[in-house]
Design a protein. Structure first.
Length: 528
């Protein structure tokens, strides 16, 4: 029985009839950073971009190191979600006669350096409530290097005005109004040295970075879109990496369970780091026997890695999740996902090496339990072991024990989800199912022609059926005659995708309604 692939399908105008192929190695990172947007996925394409947006390496957090190792090992696209625990935003005070206009930074932390300038340029004399406001984010306090700037012209200090300052700043990416508005507009900001209206007022030193993260912080809230659930707003990602909470503290098991289930709904894979106490291959062999997470939506590479810590000036041991994601991304660039077995064995790039040696017999035992082994060099004659997921004995389908087949199925499902988001059939219009089925059929046929289903003929590679505002599609399983099936249920205003079990037409569906649907499908799929 395939695992649940909850595809969120939303309405969009002007649909493109062709389903595009999504990327295959975009990696999401969730954790603590020095600065940056909070609980909001930000796409970056280099470590330089990460430094600009999130502050770079920071000793209290391992997320920056994981992102650095991701790009060092060949990663190309990363989504960063900053999570905080009790962090407080800095304020900025603008004198307004005997009162003040108090602003507060949108982003919390001590490294959000803001400054503001007030002037009355081009403000008519009969508008004494109006002023111009310029807000800048600078690289460091007191510097002239500006990273971001917003200019607001002809703001009113009156709260009931259409151009009120509180209303205008509600859409700012830098500041918000805090507290009550003063009776009068803020004073011009003068340069202390010259007395000219060219000066800036800097933010107060009252920001706070908050405390170390807990598992509660990492998980966050689905309703509020915080923690890892901030990724609900991301269009897609392929891997999820949650670096350890600290150098001496693993991510908790509760976080891993929630993250694996979230990845299942988003057609992604969780990269699980080996526990801190797995120092040797024997430790890992013993530890994996009692490992509680068995999921086809997660995978693990052992051991941890040694890499240079630029802040400490020496080599340190790190969790391998970021480096593994980069290594897999680099391998994906060499060949399509369905040809993964034809690519040479992936290894870490120079500067990163496994923290311990794994003998061949231990390597085989770990692979049998779903744990893959990291290598720094390719050894001629070393037996090839297909990378595994953590499905182990509880896999929903035998194919999902292997990383390549699981990644391919998730990628296909994600691409179809993204390509059918335009669906919003009005009541009574059953023709939409046919349109969607044609989209899906064209997409799968293009993959078959490209060789994604080996040499199987069309009827053995996939199927697509449209009935009663529903579309069911299936991907060939390893066992001839079996399919991994998914159903797109179309309804006015929304659509959803659910798994449907049809392998050899003998297994039970998930509900009585599904059972009836599958039985009718069986009549159509049964060989002549």
């Amino acid at each position: 029985m395939p695992s649940s692939l909850g595809i969120q399908v939303q309405a969009e105008r002007n649909p493109d009839p062709a389903i595009a192929r999504l990327g295959v190695a975009r990696t999401a990172f969730v954790g603590r950073t020095l600065r940056g947007p909070q609980d909001q996925p930000v796409l970056i394409r280099s470590f330089t971009e990460f430094q600009h947006a999130f502050g770079g390496l920071w000793q209290p957090s391992l997320l920056g190191y994981a992102v650095e190792q991701f790009f060092d090992n060949g990663g190309r696209e990363a989504l960063i979600v900053r999570v905080v625990n009790g962090a407080r935003a800095a304020t900025l005070s603008l004198p307004a006669g005997s009162e003040r206009l108090l602003l507060e930074a949108v982003r919390p932390g001590t490294r959000e350096f803001l400054r503001a300038c007030v002037d009355y340029d081009n403000i008519p004399d009969d508008r004494p409530d109006c002023f111009n406001l310029t807000v800048q984010r600078v690289r460091t306090q007191g510097t002239e290097r500006v990273d971001d700037q917003e200019i607001f012209r002809a703001l009113s200090i009156r709260g009931d005005a259409h151009n009120g300052v509180d209303t205008a700043l509600a859409s700012s990416q830098l500041v918000r109004v805090k507290g009550a508005l003063p009776l009068g507009r803020p004073d011009r900001t003068l340069d202390p040295a010259t007395g000219l209206a060219t000066g800036y007022q800097f933010s107060n030193p009252d920001g706070d970075d908050g405390g170390p993260l807990s598992d509660y912080d990492l998980i966050g809230s689905a309703a509020a879109g915080t923690g890892l659930f901030a990724l609900q707003s991301a269009d897609h990602f392929n891997f999820l990496v949650i670096p350890p909470l600290a150098r001496d503290r693993d991510v908790g098991f509760s976080t891993l369970l929630v993250a694996a289930r979230f990845c299942r709904r988003r057609q992604a894979l969780l990269l699980v780091d080996p526990p801190l106490d797995w120092h040797t291959a024997d430790d890992a062999v013993r530890g994996i026997r009692d490992w509680g997470l068995a999921s086809e939506d997660a995978c693990m590479y052992f051991p941890r890695i040694l890499a240079h810590d630029k802040l400490r000036g020496r080599f340190e041991t790190f969790a391998p999740g970021g480096a593994v994601a980069g290594m897999l991304a680099r391998t994906d660039s060499l060949a399509p996902q369905w040809a993964a077995g034809e690519v040479v064995e992936p290894v870490l790039r120079p500067g990163h090496r496994p923290s311990c040696l794994v003998p061949e017999d231990r390597r085989a035992k770990l692979a049998a339990c779903g744990v893959n082994t990291l290598h720094a060099v390719r050894v001629p004659g070393r037996p090839s072991l297909a990378p595994r997921t953590l499905a182990r004995g509880n896999a929903a389908a035998a194919d999902w024990k292997y990383l390549a087949s699981r990644r391919f199925a998730l990628w296909v499902a994600a691409s179809i989800a993204a390509g059918t988001r335009w669906i919003a059939p009005p009541a009574g219009h059953t023709h939409v199912a046919g349109i969607v089925a044609a989209q899906v059929r064209d997409f799968l046929e293009a993959l078959r022609v490209a060789g994604s289903f080996a040499d199987r003929p069309r009827e053995e590679a996939y199927f697509v059926i449209a009935r009663e505002n529903q579309v069911v599609f299936g991907l060939a399983a390893e066992r001839l005659g079996d399919f991994h099936g998914y159903r797109i249920a179309l309804a006015p205003g929304h659509s959803e995708v659910h798994p449907v079990t049809i392998n050899r037409l003998t297994q039970q569906a998930h509900s009585p309604a599904d059972t009836e649907w599958v039985n009718r499908l069986a009549q159509e799929l049964r060989p002549e």
